[in-house]
Design a protein around this ligand. Structure first.
Ligand code: AMP
Ligand code: MG
Length: 356
């Protein structure tokens, strides 16, 4: 698929992110049915439950190859496995290191998005994520002094990538984390694998990262539930085909400081080192590229409603559903007709965001 941040400016790329409930059938672990030519698998990898389903003559091969790909991607991008390519890079001492084509592609994309979002998304956030304890689930509030020291090396501009030779160099203190876009990248690669196997209908769900390939086997659109960040169930349903629907939300991972009662979530503003504590409750990006949707859902969560609206008006080519902390649901005009709010959702109303 090879979507880059540059062609996101021109191509029809739509994004969204949310913890989505998919109204499709989940099958058992690596189950296949010859009659329906359908096959699916449930896997735990990349720190999340992954469900992939395919319909087509080569569905079994597509699922097998997809499973293999997910495990290999996990082994490459994990920050917690010391043997992963990313961990090896993070253990470097400031020298030039040669990276795989896969890592070079993701780094290149990440640097481009970091620039366009003015560092709302920044792949060098890892030391800050660690300082708050999100890596090992040992939560704590770091001191301002510690954050100030770490922030000096939280800046994508420290990373040099030579795209001719796939050589990368960064100061020893800089640590990379692709947790905010690796699942989206996985989605794009899985779509490629499915398409290579002529899959006409497929559903990928990697935590809050969804891709609906083609249409359902009966020719209708997929119904994707957008999770209610304030409780169980969904706030509404989005109808899509051939789209990534990707959600970031403060409710997905957080802790409460017992001393102050403040709740801190896992999405952090790289410019302050602090988790986002107000503004949006969740961001769903609807796009053609999963990697774009994943990166932008994180970035737009950091930006908040006003900057997100400006960003969308500047770059367009994706759609979004923003659930505000007051309960209103802001949705861009491109998907306004495809989304319906649940009757039971009474915390707010739909506000459509138009081009100007
Ligand atoms: P997501 O769930 O896709 O929004 O990604 C959140 C994860 O990305 C976190 O658990 C961190 O590992 C990392 N992260 C947090 N904040 C940022 C940020 N502003 N830019 C890039 N990565 C981030
Ligand atoms: Mg993300």
């Amino acid at each position: 698929m090879n979507v880059t941040a540059s062609n996101f400016l021109q191509a029809n790329v739509k994004k969204s992110k949310v913890s989505l409930l998919c109204f499709y059938s989940l099958f058992f672990l690596s189950s296949c049915s010859n009659e329906e030519i359908q096959c699916s698998a449930d896997i735990y990898a990349m720190n999340t439950l992954i469900s992939i389903s395919a319909w087509g003559d080569e569905s079994k091969e597509a699922i097998k190859e997809g499973e293999r790909f997910i495990y290999s991607l996990d082994a490459t991008f994990s920050t917690t496995r010391s043997t992963s390519e990313i961990s090896q890079l993070n253990q470097g001492e400031g020298e030039w290191q040669t990276v795989s084509q896969e890592v070079a592609d993701v780094v290149s994309f990440a640097l481009d998005i970091a620039e366009k979002t003015d560092s709302a998304f920044d792949p060098t956030i890892y030391p800050i994520v660690q300082a708050w304890g999100f890596t090992q689930s040992e939560y704590q509030v770091p001191s301002q002094k510690e954050l100030d020291t770490l922030l000096e090396f939280v800046d994508y501009q420290w990373v040099e990538l030579d795209e001719e030779t796939n050589a990368l160099r960064m100061p020893q203190e800089v640590q990379l984390d692709f947790g905010a876009l690796a699942k989206g990248y996985a989605v794009d690669m899985l779509v490629d694998i499915f398409q290579d196997h002529h899959i006409r209908s497929g559903m990928l769900a990697l935590g809050g990262n969804i891709y609906a390939l083609g249409q359902k086997t009966d020719g209708s659109l997929w119904n994707i539930g957008i999770q209610n960040p304030y409780g169980g169930g969904s706030i509404g349903v989005l109808q899509v085909a051939d789209k990534a629907v990707i959600t970031s939300g403060g409710y997905q991972r957080y802790f409460t400081d017992p001393d102050t009662g403040t709740t801190y979530c896992h999405i952090i503003d790289p410019r302050t080192g602090y988790p986002i504590t107000e503004g949006l409750a969740s961001v769903t990006i609807v796009s053609e590229s999963g990697m774009l949707g994943d990166a932008l859902s994180t970035a737009i969560f950091v930006m908040g409603l006003e900057d997100a609206t400006d960003f969308w008006r500047t770059y367009g080519d994706f759609d979004m559903i923003l659930i505000c902390s007051q309960g209103n649901v802001h949705i861009t005009s491109g998907i306004a007709d495809s989304f319906s709010l649940s009757k039971g959702y009474t915390l707010g109303e739909i506000v459509v965001i138009y081009d100007s």
